[in-house]
Structure formats: C-alpha cells, structure tokens
Design a protein around this ligand. Structure first.
Ligand SMILES: [Zn+2]
Length: 249
C-alpha cells in the first residue's frame, strides 16, 4: 500500500504526492545508473529520471524537503562548473591560474543524499538503517535527520571518496549503489557524478575501511580514501592550483 515514508513525524497531509525519486532538472542526464539492490545485484540498470516516480511522500512532507533539493541542485551545479573549468584549463598551456573559489553547503548536500537514498530504497525488500524495523522503510532517526530535526551522530554522514589515479568520468550520468550489510540492511549508499564520489553512511561507527567489495565503474574502491565531512577539494592543472571547492559544515 502507498504511504508516506515520513509518517512517523506525524501531521501527514491527506494526499500522497507523486514524488520524483531523484530530483528532476538537477542533472542534465535523463537517466540514473543503479546497481547493487537485490533486483540489480550484478548488472547496472539505467532508469529514466523523469519516469522514476512513486507515491512515497505526502504533499506536506514532500514540500518540506525542498530546501534539501535546492542545496543538492546548487552542489551538483558547482561540481559541473568545476569540472567544466578543469576541462577548459587542461586544454590550455599551464600557467599561474586565477584560482576559482566555490562553496558548497555540506549539511544541505548531505540531506539531499539521504532523502534520495531513502527514495531509491523505499518500498524495497531491505530495511533502511539498522534501527529500521520495516523492509523498504527508513528508521525514525533517519527520517528526522532527512528533515533537519536532528543530526547524524559519530561517523555517520557524508564522505568524499578519493583515490590517487582514480579514473574520473566527466559524463553526466549519475550513478547510485546502496551499501548493504549481510544482505539484510541498507547502511549507506554511493553517489557518483562528474568525477565526484559521495558516500553517505548511515551508522555512527562509520563505514568499513577499506571499502571492500564496492565498485565504481568497475573500479574497486578497496584502496580508496574516505574523507569524512571533507572541507576542501583542491584541484591543480599543470603544477598550479586552479580551483578550490570549500564545503561548509
Ligand atoms: Zn507525510
């Protein structure tokens, strides 16, 4: 039966809205590439974003999430612009660059990742978060974090995944893979976009390091470094600093 995943907050409006599982118009690509759920364990599946909707939030709780959508939209626009500048400068003769500064709202991006992880996992066969009692539904704790009513504790939250020499894909395809513990609980998820690899981990002890058995584009992340609440991403072109993305937490 259709129901609102934020119903534990109370005060649901009567009507369920048809929610886009991944915010529309955030990405230029028409599709998201998903792999790792029980229904796509071994093969990546491309899903059209515009058709990817479900009745999983009531209208009130859908509307209350729009600040997270705005933060997500701004962050992804920043990643896109940063990658564009990087491409332009890589085509030029290296010089002392006019260093371009970007800023991102970290908690807002973190909340966007959480709500999107919940949307994509909703109504599936696995509980979302260890403290969830119901398959395909988030725990009350995660709902409260998604709505900004409480914060992640300990080492739960957003990580930037980096590995020297990692192949950066600069296409527009968005990728998502859930992190599943013992085939039974969703404990996180990995978003990839424009060479940015964002890991959202839901449990306070933090993700297993190394991240064994997790792949992006066929690349094993076992050797990757996980930067928790990373504050700064510096990119050089040639030997000169080109741009800095600052993430406010
Ligand atoms: Zn509701």
């Amino acid at each position: 039966m259709d129901s609102c995943w934020a119903s534990c907050l109370g005060n649901c409006s009567q009507k369920l809205s048809r929610e886009h599982l991944v915010s529309e118009s955030l990405f230029l690509s028409e599709k998201i590439r998903v792999q790792g759920f029980p229904w796509c364990a071994n093969n990546a599946v491309d899903i059209g974003i515009s058709g990817l909707t479900a009745k999983i939030l009531c209208e009130r709780h859908n509307n209350t999430l729009s600040p997270a959508d705005e933060s997500g939209a701004k962050a992804f626009a920043t990643f896109r612009e940063s990658m564009r500048l990087d491409n332009v400068r890589r085509g030029m003769k290296p010089r002392v660059w006019n260093v371009k500064q970007f800023r991102i709202d970290g908690p807002g991006l973190e909340r966007w990742c959480l709500k999107t992880l919940i949307n994509l996992s909703c109504n599936g066969t696995l509980p979302i978060g260890r403290d969830s009692q119901v398959a395909g539904r988030p725990s009350e704790r995660l709902v409260r974090v998604a709505y900004g009513l409480e914060s992640f504790q300990g080492r739960a939250g957003l990580y930037f995944v980096v590995r020297p020499g990692m192949v950066l894909t600069s296409d527009e395809t968005v990728r998502f893979s859930p992190l599943i513990k013992n085939n039974s609980i969703i404990e996180g998820g990995l978003f990839t976009f424009r060479g940015m690899n964002l890991l959202l981990f839901l449990e306070p002890e933090g993700p297993p390091e190394p991240l064994d058995g997790v792949f992006i584009n066929g690349e094993d992340l076992g050797y990757a470094q996980l930067n928790f609440h990373n504050r700064e991403i510096k990119t050089s072109v040639g030997k000169y600093l080109s741009q800095v993305i600052r993430i406010d937490w």
